[in-house]
Design a protein. Structure first.
Length: 134
């Protein structure tokens, strides 16, 4: 529905689904829609609620961090990406997001350190197979 330009109907459907069975996945979907139509405060509220519903899941942390990054609220984004690393130290995504954040702020040395950390926890994640690189 969103791709068809019917955001209000999509919001209504997501809100109805949430009223009957709130899930983090549905909250994240509605937050993404809120973000797309410029309703950032509501997106943040949904992502915080998703985080509270599933505190062990990194999906809401990443989405909320990305939203803060896009708002140039780099400190809050960094806190959330660090939480991702603390929750799932073996997943490269927290390191990759922190590296991208450092790069956005012009700290290329720190960005490289995070890329190295991501490579350490997931060898090959930053080195595509030869057939992909060609």
């Amino acid at each position: 529905l969103r791709t068809q330009g019917d955001e209000e109907r999509a919001l209504a459907m997501l809100s109805q689904a949430l009223s009957s069975a709130p899930t983090a996945t549905t909250l994240i979907a509605r937050a993404n829609l809120y973000t797309a139509i410029g309703r950032t405060d509501e997106a943040i509220a949904d992502l915080q609620r998703a985080r509270d519903l599933e505190p062990g899941s990194i999906d809401s942390l990443i989405a909320l961090g990305d939203l803060y990054r896009d708002q140039e609220n780099y400190d809050e984004a960094a806190k959330l990406y660090t939480s991702v690393i603390n929750l799932v130290p073996g997943a490269p995504i927290g390191y990759l997001r922190l590296g991208a954040l450092a790069g956005l702020q012009g700290d290329l040395d720190l960005a490289q350190q995070y890329a190295d950390a991501a490579r350490e926890v997931a060898p090959g994640v930053l080195n595509p197979p030869d057939d992909v690189a060609q």
